[in-house]
Design a protein around this ligand. Structure first.
Ligand SMILES: Cc1cc2nc3c(=O)[nH]c(=O)nc-3n(C[C@H](O)[C@H](O)[C@H](O)COP(=O)(O)OP(=O)(O)OC[C@H]3O[C@@H](n4cnc5c(N)ncnc54)[C@H](O)[C@@H]3O)c2cc1C
Length: 544
C-alpha cells in the first residue's frame, strides 16, 4: 500500500471525526471502563502522530485488522498514539503498532484481541504488559528526550500545596494594599524562609530542603500566581545568588554565606546591571582593584531587586576593563562592608510589594576570600547564574498567566452582557482558550529545562526559550485578562491590572525579549554554542 493511500485513509478518519484527535479527554467524568472498543475509540483520544515511518515494513495482511505487537515486524505500520487516560499518577502514552488498514475500521481493534482499551484501573494494565514490545520509529529522538513523565512526585505536590497555602494565608489577603501603597515587608520574606521556601533546591547539607528543579518551578509558579514580588525573591536570593554559590563558591563561602541564605536567615541578591549597561553587561564599569588580601570596589549598580534590604550581594566588577568581559570578576559583598551603601528606587510600574534598589561602592573593601571563582571568570559566572534566574522567571510567568486565567474564568461567569454571561461570547472564549494554550505550552518548556537541570546538563538554550515564551505569554494573558474584565479590569478593584504591571518587568529583566529572540535564532543558525563550564551546575541527587 502506497503512502498516498495511507494518507487518504488517515483523512477518512479525520473526516469522520473532524480531526485526527478524537474527542475531548473526558477521563475525569467517564465511566471506569470503556468497553466495547468502539466506545473507547469515541471517548478516548486517538491521534495520528505522523506519516508512516521509513522504518515501516510492507504488509500482505488482509485489511481491516489490527496487529498484535508480536506481529509488528510483518506488516506495514503507521505510527498512531492511542492515549489512554489513567487517573493514577503515571498516565500512559502508549505507542501501539497498528496496521494502516485499521484506520478505516476501528472496530477491528477488538477483533485483533485489543479488547482491553480502557481508561481506568485494571484494563489499562493489559496495555502496559505489552510495553516492552512498543514499536518506535527510528526517526524519533533518543530515549532521554522521548520518555516524558508528566506526573508529579508526592514531594513535588507537597511543595505545590505548601506554597499555595502560604500564598493564600500570607500574601493574598494583603497584596492589594501592599501593591497600592508600595509596601515592602521583609517579615513576609522571612516567613518564606522559616517555611523552608528560600532554600528549596539547595542540598540539605547546605541548609536547604534538597528538592529538585521541578519542585522549584512549582514553587515559583505558585508564588507569582499570588504576586510577582514573592517570585522575585526566589529569582535573586535562591536562583541568581544561592544556586550560583552552590555551583561556583568555595566550601568556606558555602558555609559562611550559602547556609544562612538557604535557611532564610539572611537575604541575598545579585548586582550586575549598572546605570550605563543592562543587556550589554560585558561592558560594565564597576572596578575592583586588588590591594593585599582585599579588593577595593568602585562604581554603582541599579535596578537591583532587594537592593536596599539584602544582607549579601553577588557583585560583578572588572579587574581590568581593557580585557572586556574577560576582566569581570564576581564578589560576595556584605551590607556591612566599609564603602557599601544603598537606596531604594521609587515609582516603579510593577513589583511594588518588593524592594528594588541602587547600590554604591565607594572604595568598598571586600576580602579576597570573597572573590567567587577566578579573576576574569565573573562574566561566565554571571551568565550561568542567569540560567537559574531565567528559570525562576519562566516558571513564575506561568503562574502569572494562570492567575490571569483564573480571574478571567471567574469574571466571565459573573458578568452578563447581551442576555448571557460573557463567557458565552466566542471572542471571550478565544482569549480564555489562548491563555490556557500558552500556560500549558510554557509549563512544558519550563519542565523540559528543569529536567535538564535535574540531570546537571547545560540548559541555557532551553531555559532561555522557556523564559522568552512564558514572559511574553504572561504579558499577553494580562492584557487579555483586562480586556475580559472591561472597565473593571482597568481599576485595582480587580487584580488583573496588577498582573499586567507585574508582567512587564519580566520581559525586560534576565534578558529582554529582543535579546532572547536573537539568542534563539543564533542557536538555530549555528552562531551560538554552549561550551562545558569549568564548574558545571550540580545535578539533583535526591530521589525522584
Ligand atoms: C523590576 C526589575 C528588577 C531588576 N532586577 C535586577 C537585579 O536584581 N539585578 C540586576 O543585575 N539587574 C536587575 N534588573 C535590570 C535588568 O536586568 C535590565 O533592565 C535588563 O538587563 C535590560 O537592561 P536595560 O534596562 O539597561 O536595557 P537596555 O540594555 O538599555 O535595552 C534597551 C532596549 O534596547 C533593546 N536592545 C538592547 N540591545 C539590543 C540588541 N542587541 N538587539 C535588539 N535590541 C536590543 C532592549 O531589548 C531594550 O528594548 C532589573 C530590572 C527591572 C525592571
Amino acid at each position: 500500500m502506497g503512502g498516498r493511500e495511507e494518507r487518504a485513509q488517515c483523512t477518512a478518519v479525520g473526516e469522520a471525526d473532524r480531526d485526527h484527535t478524537l474527542g475531548p479527554d473526558r477521563v475525569e467524568d467517564g465511566p471506569d471502563i470503556v468497553d466495547p472498543i468502539l466506545e473507547g475509540w469515541e471517548d478516548g483520544r486517538v491521534e495520528v502522530i505522523g506519516e508512516p515511518s521509513p522504518a515501516a515494513v510492507e504488509t500482505n495482511h488482509p485489511p481491516q485488522r489490527a496487529e498484535a505487537p508480536e506481529n509488528a515486524g510483518q506488516h506495514r505500520l503507521l505510527p498512531l498514539v492511542l492515549e489512554v487516560g489513567d487517573p493514577r499518577p503515571r498516565d500512559e502514552e502508549i505507542h501501539w503498532p497498528v496496521s494502516v488498514d485499521l484506520v478505516g475500521d476501528v472496530g477491528s481493534v477488538g477483533g485483533a484481541g485489543v479488547s482491553s482499551l480502557g481508561r481506568h484501573g485494571r484494563q489499562c494494565a493489559a496495555w502496559r504488559s505489552h510495553r516492552s514490545r512498543i514499536w518506535r520509529p527510528a526517526s524519533r529522538p533518543p530515549d532521554g528526550e522521548l520518555m516524558i513523565d508528566f506526573s508529579l512526585t508526592d514531594a513535588q505536590r507537597e511543595v505545590q500545596r505548601t506554597a499555595r497555602a502560604f500564598a493564600e494565608r500570607e500574601i493574598l489577603p494583603r497584596i492589594q494594599q501592599m501593591d497600592a501603597n508600595a509596601e515592602y515587608d521583609r517579615g513576609l520574606y522571612e516567613k518564606m524562609g522559616a517555611e523552608g521556601l528560600l532554600g528549596l533546591p539547595i542540598p540539605e547539607q547546605y541548609g536547604g530542603a534538597g528538592m529538585d528543579y521541578i519542585a522549584f518551578a512549582l514553587l515559583c509558579e505558585e508564588m507569582e500566581r499570588a504576586d510577582t514580588a514573592f517570585r522575585v525573591i526566589l529569582s535573586v536570593h535562591t536562583g541568581l545568588n544561592s544556586l550560583t554559590l552552590l555551583q561556583w563558591g568555595s566550601e568556606e563561602q558555602k558555609q559562611r554565606y550559602l547556609v544562612p541564605q538557604a535557611r532564610g536567615e539572611k537575604l541575598a541578591t545579585f548586582g550586575l546591571t549598572e546605570p550605563g549597561v543592562g543587556s550589554d553587561a560585558a561592558k560594565l564599569a564597576t572596578t575592583a582593584r586588588r590591594d593585599g588580601d582585599r579588593y577595593i570596589l568602585n562604581g554603582s549598580k541599579i535596578w537591583i531587586s532587594l537592593g536596599d534590604t539584602a544582607d549579601h550581594v553577588l557583585v560583578f566588577a572588572s579587574v581590568d576593563r581593557s580585557k572586556g568581559h574577560r576582566g569581570i570578576t564576581a564578589f560576595i559583598v556584605e551590607r556591612s562592608f566599609p564603602g557599601f551603601s544603598s537606596e531604594s528606587l521609587h515609582g516603579k510600574l510593577g513589583v511594588r510589594a518588593g524592594n528594588t534598589g541602587i547600590l554604591t561602592f565607594g572604595d568598598c573593601e571586600v576580602p579576597a576570600a570573597n572573590r567567587v571563582g577566578e579573576e576574569g571568570e565573573g562574566f561566565t559566572i554571571a551568565m550561568s547564574a542567569i540560567d537559574q534566574g531565567r528559570y525562576t522567571v519562566a516558571a513564575g510567568s506561568v503562574g502569572l498567566a494562570q492567575a490571569c486565567l483564573d480571574a478571567s474564568v471567574k469574571y466571565a461567569h459573573e458578568r452578563q452582557a447581551f442576555g448571557s454571561e460573557i463567557g458565552q461570547h466566542q471572542l471571550v472564549k478565544q482569549m480564555i482558550a489562548r491563555m490556557y494554550a500558552g500556560i500549558e505550552a510554557g509549563r512544558l518548556l519550563v519542565f523540559k529545562a528543569g529536567a535538564k537541570k535535574n540531570r546537571g546538563e547545560r540548559n541555557t538554550r532551553e531555559t532561555g526559550l522557556a523564559k522568552w515564551f512564558c514572559t511574553d505569554h504572561a504579558v499577553a494573558s494580562a492584557l487579555d485578562a483586562i480586556q475580559i474584565h472591561g472597565a473593571y479590569g482597568y481599576s485595582n478593584e480587580y487584580p488583573v491590572e496588577r498582573y499586567l504591571r507585574n508582567s512587564k518587568g519580566s520581559v525586560i529583566y534576565e534578558g529582554t525579549s529582543q535579546i532572547h529572540t536573537l539568542m534563539q535564532a543564533d542557536y538555530l543558525l549555528g552562531y551560538r554554542r554552549d561550551k562545558p563550564l569549568r564548574m558545571p551546575q550540580l545535578p539533583f541527587e535526591g530521589e525522584m
